[in-house]
Design a protein around this ligand. Structure first.
Ligand code: ADP
Length: 371
């Protein structure tokens, strides 16, 4: 029990012994120890963190050969006691109470234009008069700062000790890239990664937004799983190229959303053909993958974005094409996607919540353990 004091609940910021979350400790044969930890919710996104931390703490003890970690859920009475102990009216609410709609842009693999789509969609929402934010959660391949022209700037911290998002083209932006030297790689994972993502949601002063658009990393790794759990209100948009092979990979990203019971808003097919200035059309990446995926998932195909040189050029230059040249065929297609999402999502904001005592000043700043 003493050793388990080293296991901290990253959300409540206290150890699990103090929080009375250690349900049982049992000793088996041959130095085996079974520890059961009680969580506040069954889908607790930090399960892996607890598992690793408990194993580390207990296996360091003399005579322990094996550690098994099990989980159950606190009863309502126990949760009530925990709340009293924490001196708050309620356990932490879901993040982003002032955000109307969270849209996660996902893809099966990299290089299909997911970030380009995210950056331009955010700008398109702003151009439609919506309060828009972009969260770059593609932590290993962050490119939103560059695509929105926010090179070497660093966010500031408010008097309330919240991180202030940067702003570009009418969009509030947060990215891990703002905290790193140029092209520095992100090397951490597990609990630290979870903590960083959580800070992006809870310690960033997003304020009132109609749309927060989240650029997920490609695939279905830790970050996407964590965010899917931290953002139960999110809707997914899946980006794919027209190739059947890409569409099969993209399907897995859609399945992640379905696994966490998140709504799929639709599919966007990117790199859908190239038209020469003379009007000749080349389907460089094939045809039809987006429609196929949309049909398979039974969701709308929100748009087909063609390959155009200006889209690539403007992304590199940090000016969203939807603003710089809204009539470019790719820009038109992305604006069409944005309008489709707006039509399909209610934009009324949830009722503002009074600040809870839990919002007392806490140290901010990304705690980044980097090589
Ligand atoms: P991902 O986020 O899926 O890894 P990116 O958004 O970084 O992909 O896109 C990869 C590259 O392809 C970028 O250089 C981007 O500018 C370019 N690109 C994406 N979509 C298009 C398009 N429809 N037309 C031209 N270039 C595109």
């Amino acid at each position: 029990m003493e050793a388990l004091r080293a296991v901290i609940d990253p959300e409540l910021r206290r150890d699990i012994v103090e929080l009375e979350m250690v349900r049982s400790i049992e000793f088996g044969d041959g130095g085996a120890v079974d520890v059961t930890v009680s969580l506040t919710t069954p889908g607790c996104p930090i399960r892996n963190h607890f598992e690793t931390a408990v194993v580390n703490a207990v296996s360091a003890l003399e005579g322990v050969e094996r550690v098994n970690v099990g989980f159950d859920v606190l009863t309502d009475t126990e949760k009530g006691r925990l709340q009293q102990k924490l001196g708050r009216a309620a356990l932490p609410e879901g993040a982003l109470a002032e955000v109307g709609n969270v849209i996660c842009v996902a893809s099966g693999k990299g290089g299909v234009g997911k970030s380009t789509l995210t950056a331009n969609l955010a700008a398109a929402f702003a151009a439609e008069g919506k309060r828009a934010g972009a969260l770059d959660a593609d932590v290993w391949g962050y490119s939103i700062p560059r695509m929105l022209g926010l090179g070497a700037q660093r966010p500031k911290v408010s008097a309330e000790r919240k991180i202030l998002p940067l702003e570009a083209h009418g969009v509030k932006v947060m990215s891990i890239g703002f905290f790193l030297e140029e092209d520095q790689a992100v090397v951490w994972r597990g609990p630290m990664l979870h903590k960083a993502l959580q800070q992006f949601l809870e310690d960033v002063a997003w304020g009132e937004l109609d749309y927060l658009i989240v650029d997920l990393p490609p695939g279905t790794g830790d970050v996407s799983m964590t965010l899917a759990q931290l953002l139960p209100q999110a809707k997914f948009v899946v980006c794919t190229t027209p190739q059947p092979a890409a569409q099969r990979v993209a399907r897995r990203a859609a399945e992640l959303a379905l696994k966490f019971k998140l709504e799929l808003a639709g599919v966007v097919e990117n790199m859908a053909g190239f038209t020469t200035p003379g009007g000749e059309r080349y389907p460089i990446f094939g045809e039809g993958g987006g429609q196929l995926l949309a049909d398979e998932l039974d969701v709308p195909l929100l748009g087909k974005v063609p390959l155009t040189m200006p889209l690539r050029e403007h992304s590199d230059a940090g000016t969203p094409l939807v603003l710089a040249d809204p009539d470019d065929p790719a820009a038109q297609a992305i604006r069409h996607v944005a309008r489709g999402i707006i039509a399909a999502t209610p934009v009324e904001l949830p009722v503002m919540q009074a600040p809870s005592p839990a919002a007392a000043p806490q140290p901010v700043g990304m705690s980044l353990p980097m090589a």
